[in-house]
Design a protein around this ligand. Sequence first.
Ligand code: CA
Ligand code: CA
Ligand code: CA
Length: 197
Amino acid sequence: MIRYIGILLLTFALVDAASSEQELARYWDYNGDGKEDLRYEDAEDYSSYFEYLDRNFDGKEDYRTQYDAGSDWPIQGLSDDNFDGNYETRYIYQNAEVIAIVTDSSGDGNYDIAHYYEVGLITRSVKYSLDGGTPFLQTVTYLFGFPISTSRRETSETPSQFHKSLKSRMPLNQNMPLKPSNRVAGEVVPEPDGAND
Ligand SMILES: [Ca+2]
Ligand SMILES: [Ca+2]
Ligand SMILES: [Ca+2]
C-alpha cells in the first residue's frame, strides 16, 4: 500500500514539475529530438506575443506570427518555406484575417509575388517577372478560391519599384524583421496534453 502511495505521489510531483516548467518556458518539443519546435514569447510591452515554429524539425525557426495579446488575433506573420534560414514570405492581416501574402521568390530583397485574399478566400495573384529582359506581370484571378482567368502584361516598373508599390499598400504595422532571431535553443520539455490550449 505504502509503495502505491509512493508511486502516486511521485507521479503527481512529476506532472506538477512539468507543468510549472511549461508555464515559464512556453516551448514544446513535438518530435522529441531535444530541440524546441513551438515557442511563445511576449513582446517587451506585453501588448502582443510571438509564436515561433520549426516545421521541418531542423532546429531553426521557419514560421513566426505576432498576435495581439488582448484578442489573440494575428497581426503579422513570416515564413521560410524553402527552409534556407531566410524569411521570404510575409503574411499581412487585418481584423484577424489574412489579406495578402507577399513573397521574395528570387531572394533579391524585393517582393515579386503577391496573393490577395478577401474573407479568407484568395481573389488575385500577381507575379513580377523579368524573363527575357522585359519586365512583365502575370495575374491570376479566382472565384471561390478557383482560378478563373489569367493575364500577362508588360510593365515599366523595376523590381524595387514593384516591391515598393506592394509595401505602400500594406498596413503600417507590418514591420516584423525578415531575419530570424539567432537564438540558441533552450532545454525542452515533452509535449504536454493540451499544448495548443
Ligand atoms: Ca524538436
Ligand atoms: Ca526549421
Ligand atoms: Ca527561405
